[in-house]
Design a binder for this molecule. Sequence first.
Ligand SMILES: [Zn+2]
Ligand SMILES: [Zn+2]
Length: 252
Amino acid sequence: MKEKLYTIPLNDAVNENDECPFCFIERKLEQDMINFVLGSSSSYMESDIREQTDKIGFCRTHMKKMFDYGNTLGNSLILKTHYQKLQKEFQEQIKHFTPGKVSLADRLRKQSSGNNSIAAWAAQKDCSCYVCNGLQENFDRYMETFFYMYTKDSAFHDKIVNGKGFCLHHFGLLCENADRYLNEKQKAAFYPEVFALMEQNLHRLEEDISWLIDKFDYRNKDADWKTSKDALQRGMQKLRGGYPADPVFKAQ
Ligand SMILES: [Zn+2]
Ligand SMILES: [Zn+2]
């Protein structure tokens, strides 16, 4: 049953009850992708995969994660043919390049014209990433599954509304997708529920961080930590997503 492919990991993520189930899903998908790219299956030895990584490349974040993961030979093989492809593209770019014209007004305002073709090409490379693409594709399926379960599975719905909410990054994506997957009646119920959930949980984080600060006061030295011991990493996650305290992900 294909549905289980997404419902089971989504349920696991919700049962984890950390600051954001989508962060949990995203971390798992990212690690799966990095394992796929550089791990023991040696996907980089397959010509169809290499053709894609040659063309798409990797963003800065994932280059760093690939470096940290290890596998110097695998990384180098991937880079070598990507370089070959990139240099060909660069030659084409040079052939068609003319410097952009900057008007006198822009020059006075110290602004660029924004139409330099090499700058645009290089900027596009920055956000072209094989790992991001794979992640995005699967992540979208989880969003769809989330709304399917939220509307059809009352146990799932209850866990969400009694849970810790979402990080702000994924909450934004959730709202965007709610407009797509919910009908008007469902939206009328969904938004007040998740807004209240986010309000409560942003406030909870603020209090956890406040108590963490108070713990630095020598008078509170022996006081109970309550839920504040890891408030900093959770407070950062709640704002931008991800797990700041995670160890580096390395090849097993
Ligand atoms: Zn998140
Ligand atoms: Zn990436």
